[in-house]
Structure formats: C-alpha cells, structure tokens
Design a protein around this ligand. Structure first.
Ligand SMILES: [Zn+2]
Length: 116
C-alpha cells in the first residue's frame, strides 16, 4: 500500500501527541501538544517556547508578577515523535482499504503510530 506524503501535516497533529521542535530557540527539545489550532496552523507544546507574562495582582498573589507560559509555535516547526526512532520524524498517512480509517506511519521505520 502506498504511503502518501502528508502535505498538510498540521491536520495529523493532535492534542497529547509528542513532538520534537526543529526550529527556533527550543530546537531539539520535545514535548506534549497541549493545544492544536487547525485554523492558524499553530500548536502549543508543553514547556516549549516559554514566554514571560505579566499578571495582575490577585488575592492569592497580591504582588502580581511574571509567570512563564507556553506560546504556540507553527506546525512546520515541529515533527511528530516516533517512539521507535526516538526522534521527530516525518509521518505519512496510510488508509485502511477496509474501514477507510487513517493511520499515521513513520517514514523512517514504517511503524504505525497508534492513536490514543
Ligand atoms: Zn520511526
């Protein structure tokens, strides 16, 4: 069966996927996807692209202050992690002839990534 290139790979990224960052200041780091925005093609990855945010004083924190929060990155800056290759790789989509179900397949080792 042919494995097709995923041109719009953003649609193959899902919440809770492990991805590796391939560009920017966090290049080489990996983390779990917290949020996917198909509209903008951006993903928020745990502990990646942390930016400082100023917070207003609250009852809990009367001083207010600076907290660190994830800023979303463009999907083209991350690669889906393959548990077998233990690194970010390109994935293809394999469609089951029977059910028409789509499975993500690692282009390197050809193992499928099970959806949780
Ligand atoms: Zn692999």
């Amino acid at each position: 069966m042919d494995i097709q290139e995923v041109a719009k790979s953003r649609f193959s990224l899902k919440k809770d996927d492990m991805v590796q960052v391939i560009a920017g200041k966090d290049k080489g780091k990996s983390g779990k996807i917290l949020e996917v925005s198909a509209k903008t093609g951006r993903v928020t990855v745990e502990k990646i692209n942390m930016v400082k945010r100023h917070t207003k004083p609250t009852q809990k924190n009367p001083q207010g202050g600076v907290i660190l929060k994830e800023k979303s990155v463009h999907y083209s800056n991350v690669l889906l992690m393959c548990p077998k290759c233990n690194r970010g790789v390109r994935f293809g989509i394999k469609m089951s002839e029977k059910s028409g179900e789509k499975t993500r397949v690692c282009k390197k080792c050809k193992s499928t990534l099970s959806d949780k």
